[in-house]
Design a protein around this ligand. Structure first.
Ligand SMILES: Nc1ncnc2c1ncn2[C@@H]1O[C@H](COP(=O)(O)OP(=O)(O)OP(=O)(O)O)[C@@H](O)[C@H]1O
Ligand SMILES: [Mg+2]
Length: 271
């Protein structure tokens, strides 16, 4: 579990995060959603220690992270896996070498032990036998899977994914989303995903935080989002008039005020 308490961050005069309070729950996919520039990446960078907030506390399983001694911070960092936007693989290294990189940095395992672990995680992301390929030889979805394999190779307790679906088609995105969710549940990880992708929100959004101009504007589950009356959230999620109409219909249908088939026909024929 990660607790964010009164997190503030600005650059110059510009306030980017304003008193953000949230709890990232264990064994769940915690999604951070919001328009471009709303502060999602800055919030994630604060959580992993790549940026220092101006104010507030970040607690990893109850332990305050920002003011920890360097050694304790290093211990927490070892428990963090990160899937960067664009995968951030080393182009000159093979898949195997990319995934082995964190093992070389943080463990004293023998080459045989490391190779065994690399093969385990490659198998987990359905990329058996891709060991000797270079990133340039992989599709976008395969690169993301290698990125996930590298992020989980040290058995992280906390997994951060910044826009895991950017640049992927909807079906490949779904495969990546499901993989992230399965891994989260299987290893009971606290997973945080920044996303723009509404399919992801509906598919894996156990816990969703909606950011608006640096504020946490709304929080809930994927089921609650359909019925939310928060105007800013609705404008963001149901951006087109068509989707807004579909949502209104769904709410009326749930309240028993409309006949679904008849009124859906109306919506489709745009009456
Ligand atoms: N290092 C920095 N220096 C100055 N301003 C920054 C810095 N990093 C981010 N910002 C600003 O902070 C704001 C939030 O940026 P952030 O990257 O968190 O947005 P985001 O919600 O992740 O957007 P996107 O969906 O486009 O990735 C933006 O206005 C950005 O310009
Ligand atoms: Mg971002």
């Amino acid at each position: 579990m990660i607790e964010l308490k009164h997190i503030k961050k600005g650059f110059g005069d510009r306030v980017v995060l304003n008193d953000v309070n949230a709890v990232m729950e264990t064994g769940k996919c915690n999604l951070i959603i919001g328009a471009s520039g709303s502060g999602k990446t800055v919030l994630m960078k604060c959580m992993v220690g790549l940026l220092q907030p101006d104010d507030g506390e970040i607690c990893y399983n109850g332990n305050e992270f920002l003011n920890m001694q360097a050694d304790d911070k290093k211990e927490i960092r070892k428990q963090i896996g990160m899937l960067f936007q664009g995968s951030a693989l080393f182009d000159s290294l093979t898949v195997e070498e990319n995934i082995m990189f964190p093992l070389n940095m943080f463990t004293k395992d023998t080459t045989t032990q490391k190779l065994k672990r690399v093969n385990e995680v490659l198998d987990r992301v359905n990329l058996k036998d891709a060991n000797k390929k270079f990133p340039a030889e992989l599709s976008g979805g395969m690169k993301k899977r290698v990125g996930i394999a590298r992020a989980i190779v040290l058995n992280p307790k906390f997994l951060f994914c910044d826009e895991p679906n950017s640049g992927l088609d909807p079906q490949t995105s779904l495969v990546i989303d499901k993989l992230i969710k399965e891994i989260t549940m299987e290893y009971n990880i606290t997973t945080i995903v920044n996303t723009h992708d509404m399919n992801s929100v509906m598919e894996i959004g156990d816990h969703i935080i909606y950011m608006y101009q640096g504020y946490k504007e709304w929080e809930g589950t994927n089921k609650e989002i359909i019925f939310s009356k928060n105007e800013l959230l609705n404008k963001f999620i149901f951006a087109s008039d068509f989707l807004q109409d579909a949502k209104d219909m769904r709410m009326l249908e749930q309240s028993g005020k409309i006949d679904n088939n008849r009124d859906m026909d109306k919506l489709i024929s745009n009456e």
